[in-house]
Design a protein around this ligand. Structure first.
Ligand SMILES: *Cc1c(COP(=O)(O)O)cnc(C)c1O
Length: 438
């Protein structure tokens, strides 16, 4: 496939025009809040196409992309094997409402990679995965209460929105209009990185094993092990929301990376390669509570969709041991370069890294929980830094609580260009922030 040259100058429609039109027909102009640039200011760029590590907007501007759909784009944009697999699948029909071979192969591939995972149910989003895992945990234990951690995001289902990270944090919403007190009555929110009291009324403790929706916050040593032990003592189920970490941190995700096994898993993002997919899973013993084997109902018209499973299989096929090594090397190079950039600009910032996942916090120390992350965000440097990077052709997430996503398509030249941009952008952001205060 030939590289189309950017069409700078002769764009049929500008970002600003499209955003204006979008605001007429889409609330806030977007289909997911963070995309509206509310917490960074300015007009969103409308993506025309992506290839490898880059996206081009409708005006022909090229960006080195660190959003990558917040995780699914682990191979970069439009990898040939995935495009071929999805096109071939589409030519055979886009949905049947009957079982297909690829569902069996994708589920098998997932179970082969994640230690302890024996069965999965495929769904169409991470939200559905987490929501259904909670229902399953309640059904299997006969208990109601769930414990989640402030700043962790588990999708937008009612019970899990309490003190959520990502877009919920960006909006400054502690809760959410339209969620009834009843819907969150059984949700207990605890601070991340401290093992909470788990009692025998608790069905499940739900955690992002690496928190990647309040910036990037790693689990302190002993946190995940402590959760495992507390759940075992109370007879509660431990649920790892691996929607971001799954098949990204390692072949076997955070489960392999940290050597702690949950009872239930949630997946999404990487396993769909950019198509709408999620999954939840666990042992055969737990998963037999799910309909049609058991009494916990869960279903989906598009679950196990033929295009999505084709994309997922193509993605996992590319993720061998060498791929994980390469991905981590890219992240190491970027993290070191960004820290160097902030140092030379004399702007205090930290770039936490776990495997290939990166975060960015302004201030002297890496946060360990949501309050500390929020204190970093309150320094107000992310928005001007984001803008200065975007003007230099580097697209970070338009919100301070998101992670930085590298892909296998990021070349050394992309990373080096990013670091050069960051050195200038850090100085510019610090100046801009100081001017605003003055
Ligand atoms: C993105 C995300 C979700 C929600 O997935 P959607 O596909 O956006 O519904 C759930 N949990 C975590 C950890 C996520 O990062």
């Amino acid at each position: 496939m030939a590289e189309r040259p950017p069409a700078a100058g002769d764009a049929a429609v500008s970002n600003a025009q499209l955003f204006e039109q979008a605001c007429e027909v889409l609330p806030g102009g977007v289909n997911s809040p963070v995309r509206a640039f509310g917490s960074v200011g300015g007009t969103p760029y409308f993506v025309d196409r992506g290839r490898g590590a880059h996206v081009w907007d409708v005006e022909g501007n090229r960006y080195i992309d660190y959003v990558h759909s917040y995780g699914p784009g682990i191979l970069g944009h439009a990898p040939f094997t995935l495009v071929k697999a999805v096109a071939a699948a589409a030519a055979d029909g886009t949905s049947y409402g009957a079982p297909t071979e690829r569902e069996v192969r994708l589920a098998g591939e997932m179970c082969a990679r994640v230690p302890g995972l024996q069965m999965v149910r495929l769904v169409s989003s991470g939200t559905e995965a987490a929501m259904s895992a909670v229902r399953l945990a309640r059904g299997a234990t006969g208990r109601s209460k769930i414990i989640k951690f402030a700043g962790c995001y588990h999708g937008h289902s009612d019970a899990l929105l309490a003190a959520g990270g990502s877009g919920v944090a960006n909006q400054g919403l502690s809760g959410c209009d339209g969620v009834t007190p009843g819907a969150v009555a059984d949700t207990v929110v605890a601070p991340y990185n401290v093992v909470p009291q788990v009692d025998d009324a608790t069905a499940a403790v739900l955690v992002e094993p690496v928190a990647a929706n309040m910036g990037l916050v790693a689990p302190v040593p002993g946190f995940l092990e402590g959760l495992r032990a507390a759940c075992d003592r109370a007879g509660a189920l431990l649920v790892f929301d691996e929607v971001i970490t799954g098949f990204r941190l390692a072949r076997g995700g955070a489960t392999e990376f940290y050597g702690v096994r949950p009872d239930l898993w949630c997946f999404g993002k990487v396993i769909g390669g950019g198509l709408p997919v999620g999954a939840f899973g666990g042992s055969r013993e737990l998963m037999r509570h799910l309909a049609p084997l058991g009494g916990v109902y869960q279903a989906g018209t598009l679950s196990g969709n033929p295009l999505a499973t084709a994309a997922g299989l193509a993605t996992l096929a590319a993720l061998d041991a060498a791929a994980y090594e390469r991905l981590e090397a890219i992240a190491v190079r970027l993290a070191a370069g960004l820290e160097e950039a902030f140092n030379s600009a004399v702007v205090p910032a930290v770039v936490p890294r776990v495997g290939s996942l990166l975060g960015l916090f302004f201030g002297g120390e890496a946060p360990q929980n949501f309050d500390e992350a929020a204190a970093s965000v309150a320094r107000g440097l992310y928005a001007p830094f984001f803008g200065a990077m975007l003007r230099r052709g580097v697209a970070l997430a338009p919100g301070p609580y998101e992670a930085i996503f590298v892909s296998l398509a990021h070349s050394d030249a992309d990373i080096d260009a990013t670091i050069t941009a960051a050195t200038e952008a850090a100085t510019e952001a610090a100046t801009e922030a100081a001017t605003e205060v003055a």
